[in-house]
Design a protein. Sequence first.
Length: 247
Amino acid sequence: MRLLLVAGRVPPYACGSGGALCRAAMRSLKARGHVVFLLTAQGSKHKGGEGVFPQLEPGLDRAPDPIEHAFEGGFLDRRRRFYTGGRNRRVVRKMIRDLQPDVVSPWDLWGYSYAPAVAPLELGVPVVAVQLEPWLTNPWLEGARAQASRPGASLRDRLRRWVVKRLHARLIRRLHDADVPFLVPGPPPSEWFRAWRGVRFLALPEPGPAPEGPTWDAFVDALEGHYRAALPRRAVTKAVPAVGSGA
């Protein structure tokens, strides 16, 4: 299989468990004979080669914390950054055209655009997502909710919360309509089902404390199985418009 994995932050940069496991899974899948690419955030610590493409924004040298970057600019800037995708959407589409992956697998988009989860569907490429940290949580939406819930919140604050909530609901609906599975090591937390109704969460075996041994092998076996199961959808995936396009 040809696989394109996507994670905003991966080693050698400080990252969460999603980014670290994504990098380890890339090595294991390559060792099994698959052609695996990794799309990650821009950063000078990435040496290039080995199928790693550091092209997502915000870059890690300029903005060590992409969550801070999430609140830069006005409403249209944030809408483009998270939902319509802006430059990140163009990068993902170009990577798909150039690399021709069979499956695209977002692992950690926390603080980044959701374009890697939606743009492949626009091109008929199936998506299999992996979620360790709850990257479906949008910091912009959480901020809008907090602002609208404070005492004395203005009508503008409440309207902003309503609009951003609608944008996020549209994203979740499109992931549901495309039947995108979200793989979760261990049982998915019950609050995830409440927060993102309609998202198909599936349990993976726990990967264990280190990327080696029987526990890790079982994790990669299951991951590989889900990627293979998505292959028939490559020809039949219904293209969907970009989130926020109004379609």
